[in-house]
Write a protein that binds this ligand. Sequence first.
Ligand code: KG4
Ligand code: ZN
Length: 365
Amino acid sequence: MEEKKDIYILGIESSCDETAAAVVKNGREVLSSIIYSQIATHTLFGGVVPEIASRKHIEKINQVIEAALLEAHMELRDFTAVGVTCGPGLVGPLLIGVSAAKAIAWAADKPLIGVNHIEGHVCANFIEKKDLVPPFLCLIVSGGHTHLVIVEDYGSFRILGRTRDDAAGEAFDKVARSIGLGYPGGPKIDQKAREGNPDAIVFPQAKVRGSEYDFSFSGLKSAVLNYLNHARMTGEAVNAADLAASFQKAVVDVLVDHTVRAAKAYGVRQVAMAGGVASNSALRAAMRKRCESEQLSLTYPAPVLCTDNAAMIGCAAYYEFLCGNRSGLDLNAMPGLKLGEKPEYLSGGKPEDRSGEVGSLAERI
Ligand code: KG4
Ligand code: ZN
């Protein structure tokens, strides 16, 4: 049989406040992954300022791409294709990555592949667990998105539930701000909660009546704000650690509960998590415990692969590449791209034949 040619993807990510580039071999092996985080800049303002983020991306993107190529011992001619996040995200930041990727694809004469950022988050699991193959259940919890999906094939999702209002990460960030922990709130609440009692305050669960796999975090957020206002008005002291732990428990309980119920209802034995909130230590521990007792296998990426990075984008682009999906140089930023939506790919792309078999991509490779 003819030997398979190695495929090297240069991945680029700039959808929010991380400027990142990576080189990924055959979808799963990360040869380099460079992340420039703008957190220190945005902390001064208590959240991401889109205009400042765009300017920082412009400043850093070429350095980050050069560093990723250097670390992978590669030059422009050496990689197979460029994959870039084209949405969802902030329009200005997205445009910087997309423009850089287009310029490189044109200059190096390589295929360009626009990637859905949320799908990228899911793909971080393929890097973490080399033998993970669809189908599996994935809980996606980031700063902008909360979804419970069955990953039916590479790049193909069946959405079981989603948030009706705030994303899980957004709830962490808002609650952290209300108790003066600053930005980004998730890691700070995670840390603070370790000193607190999760049963000190009973907050409402982030469920939606009648939609068994949907989430709603705005009621929980309001309950925290009401608790704080009440304490302020009555002059009671607030124990920030107890509040952080109790809020975190309310979020974690519903995330774990929905995920495990869905796995059982749909007969899926493999569970995964993705997105920044998937690095939360209480969520990881609670999900591990429940999955163990239900005999489900669980995987989640290392924290650095949970938050925004370009290795996951390189991985997602690899599977699009295998499907024959290519973007034109008219690829644009798509800030409102939804999970399951793809940028419009050029027609006539030829699927990469990795084995000669037919069927789902998961079966063919
Ligand atoms: O996936 P991500 O890097 O960016 C988006 O695509 O949104 O997620 C960022 C979000 C932020 O809301 C941040 O507060 C949250 O992930 N986050 C955490 C933790 N680390 C990051 N939330 C809870 N616990 C953490 N340890
Ligand atoms: Zn993200």
